[in-house]
Ligand binder design. Structure first.
Ligand SMILES: [Fe+2]
Ligand SMILES: [Fe+2]
Ligand SMILES: [Fe+2]
Length: 325
């Protein structure tokens, strides 16, 4: 994270925003991966902000969602200032022990708080931007306190050495599990593809509609990560390398390239992606017995069919109404 100490020009402001965006994309994935590497309802801590005993996993997911909104804000402001948001990310890491992941998360929060609060702005220059960074930094301070309390609880309990969930090697070979991994990756990609078009569309109508679909895909990605655990597997870090200390690291945790540069080509590219995803869900649902997992997968396929319906309609309108860009 390169530090920015002064903001006296639009270029310096954009440099800070791009650094911030790389961080926010990374943690929005990293925290969800850390959360879905531990079982549900097993590790609890006393939260100092909401004064309640909470599930570490559930709260880590909530913090990850805050980071997605931060990323969205950064991307929108980059666009407004004439820059180009990218999907490059800082490194995403998963350590074998839960407490090491939480330590990393807290450390990242402290670094980014400093990044956001440190710059001196030329007097009267970009007060809204300065205000946005301060407001977001307040979230980061809260996150740091919350991660700090999680670490404290684990370290003073018998669970200090608790490890991330270990996948069952047999489950990892099963057709349903392999297919669910593919689907989960596609959901993650589609979430970012829709967001990409939200960030790149100057028109609120397309932006708002695609944002809804993006949030749906994010929820599917999130739920699928939980289903993988139930099936004895574990959410993957894309294109990761494994180090001798057992940690996994990646700089390419999500795709960087997204096809479709204008309204028409964006819509044309999203349709086949939705169709493919629906077909994969159909195959998977046929492999899974009746019950909770199948019911959850059905919710996802129904929402994706709804997306397909909407995307077809948007494409039809974009083709018939004259003068649209
Ligand atoms: Fe953030
Ligand atoms: Fe944060
Ligand atoms: Fe969809």
């Amino acid at each position: 994270m390169p530090a920015v100490s002064r903001i006296t020009s639009a270029d310096e402001a954009l440099a800070l925003l791009q650094t911030a965006l790389k961080h926010e994309w990374a943690v929005s994935l990293e925290y969800l991966i850390h959360a879905y590497s531990m079982p549900k309802g097993k590790y609890f801590y006393d939260d100092p902000v909401v004064s309640a005993r909470l599930d570490i996993r559930a709260q880590t997911i909530q913090i990850g969602i805050d980071e997605m909104y931060h990323a969205l804000q950064m991307g929108l402001v980059i666009r407004q200032m004439g820059g180009e948001p990218t999907f490059e990310t800082d490194e995403i890491v998963r350590h074998p022990r839960i407490v090491d992941n939480l330590e990393r998360d807290k450390n990242t929060e402290d670094l980014v708080t400093n990044l956001y609060r440190r710059p001196q702005y030329k007097e009267g220059f970009l007060p809204k931007l300065e205000n946005m960074f301060w407001n977001i930094s307040e979230d980061e301070v809260r996150h740091s306190r919350q991660f700090g309390a999680m670490i404290e609880t684990l370290k003073t309990s018998s669970e200090e050495g608790a490890r991330c969930f270990a996948p069952d090697p047999q489950a990892e070979q099963r057709e349903d599990v392999l297919l669910l991994h593919d689907i989960t990756r596609a959901e993650n990609e589609l979430m970012h593809r829709y967001l990409y078009h939200v960030l790149f569309s100057e028109h609120q109508d397309l932006g708002a509609r695609l944002f809804k679909n993006s949030v749906d895909h994010m929820r599917h990605w999130d739920k699928n990560a939980g289903l993988l655990l139930k099936l004895g597997s574990l959410i993957r870090l894309e294109q990761a390398e494994r180090l001798p200390d057992g940690s996994e690291r990646t700089l390419r945790g999500m795709p960087v390239f997204y096809p479709g540069r204008n309204r028409l080509s964006a819509l044309e590219n999203l349709l086949p992606a939705e169709e493919r995803l629906i077909k994969d869900y159909e195959r998977l649902i046929a492999l899974v017995p009746e019950g909770e997992i199948r019911d959850q997968l059905k919710i996802h396929i129904f929402q994706n069919r709804e997306h397909l319906f909407t995307q077809e309609a948007l494409l039809r309108n974009a083709k018939t109404i004259k003068g649209l860009e």
